[in-house]
Design a protein around this ligand. Structure first.
Ligand code: AQP
Length: 343
């Protein structure tokens, strides 16, 4: 898999999305949402979708999906995404995503997909029974990005491999159809101290919506008491915090809490260690809880207000979809010309 030299000279565009597969959590917030907001504030054209097409790659309840989309959109807005500045919409309401995904399925190679570690993790041992959609998930993700000719994609560390695949698909499309410069090679934006937040119960497992234990994560809907209780119950070890970051290498739970503190404070792990070296978790956890409540309680309050007004969220989603279609529509029309479809 090789990239061609980027020759794209179009405008900067930002695309990202999250699955409506459960309430959003601290990992989604620190790994992605804070960067979504930062990019929006820099004035870039931002497209933030709720990826419901991705959500049906695993068993789901159709009766619950529309509300799950509204809740995810509410969490975006409560976290600082401004629907006046950024297009907030449901992926399924812009059909160009699915159309481009099919064309990209004919460009991507089976061997590329077989290397995707997220499929291996999510399919588990019984991969023969996984849906074909789960296998081709990263191809749809490439379509999500490239249907807007997005140049930058703010995501957590776990999405790095999928972003590399998007670049490979874009490069291969341009080579196969002799249209150099048609797509940008999208850059991942993986930045800050929170690019990989781990479970509060197991420092080796990613914090995840689908973890059966609610104590493993801090949800963006959790109130102040719940946040403080979950931090108090977070798994740790008996040692005090060391005086250097390297000494956290074999202490995953301690490293995770230090990383969370750094990400919430907008500082680095080194700065947190400098402040708390020699202190035990009995002293550190209350400080972390205080900071987490200060940062997250306003998000939870705004989220609670928004989900009580589903009509307003529906208006935002409809307007966002309209804006998204005005960009995606011409791109998919051009793609159809490039591949030679009759129209
Ligand atoms: N633990 C995490 N740390 C940092 N970033 C994270 N992200 C997810 N978990 C963490 C980032 O959030 C964005 C949206 O992810 P997603 O909803 O598309 O799916 P996911 O990565 O599969 O998230 P979950 O919580 O683990 O969901 P389930 O349990 O449904 O699979 C992405 O940018 C991701 O990097």
């Amino acid at each position: 898999m090789t990239d061609t030299a980027p020759t794209y000279s179009g405008p900067q565009r930002i695309l990202s999305g999250m699955q409506p597969t459960g309430g959003l959590h601290l990992g989604n917030y620190l790994g992605a949402l804070v960067n979504w907001v930062a990019l929006q504030e820099r004035g870039a054209a931002c497209f933030y979708c709720v990826v419901d097409l991705h959500a049906i790659t695993m068993p789901h309840n159709p009766a619950e999906l529309p509300d799950a989309v509204r809740k995810a959109a509410a969490a975006y807005i409560a976290s600082g995404v401004d629907p006046e500045k950024s297009a907030v919409f449901a992926q399924s309401s812009v059909t160009a995503h699915a159309e481009l995904a099919w064309i990209f399925q004919c460009v991507a190679r089976l061997g590329w997909l077989e290397r995707m570690t997220q499929f291996k993790d999510k399919a588990g041992k019984d991969k023969e029974r996984a849906s074909v959609g789960l296998f081709t998930y990263p191809v749809l993700q490439a379509a999500d990005i490239l249907v807007y000719k997005a140049t930058h994609v703010p995501v957590g560390e776990d999405q790095k491999q999928h972003l590399e695949l998007s670049r490979d698909i874009a490069a291969r499309f341009m080579r196969d159809f002799d249209c150099d410069g048609f797509f940008p090679l999208p850059e991942p934006v993986i930045q800050g101290a929170g690019t990989r937040i781990m479970s509060l119960k197991d420092g080796l497992k990613k914090m995840s919506k689908s973890d059966p234990s609610d104590l493993s994560r801090i949800n963006l809907s959790d109130d102040a008491d719940t946040i403080a209780r979950k931090i108090k119950k977070a798994k740790t070890d008996p040692a005090a915090l060391p005086d250097n970051v390297e000494a956290l290498a074999d202490r995953p739970e301690a490293a995770n809490l230090v990383g969370i503190y750094a990400a919430l404070a907008g500082s680095s792990k080194e700065q947190v260690i400098a402040e708390f070296a020699g202190q035990g978790f009995g002293a550190f956890k209350p400080k972390l809880a205080e900071l987490a409540v200060e940062r997250l309680a306003p998000v939870a309050n705004e989220y609670a207000r928004l989900i009580n007004d589903p009509a307003e969220i529906d208006r935002v989603l409809a307007k966002g979809a309209e804006r998204a279609r005005t960009v995606a529509g011409p791109v998919i029309a051009e793609v159809k010309d490039v591949v030679g479809f009759w129209r």
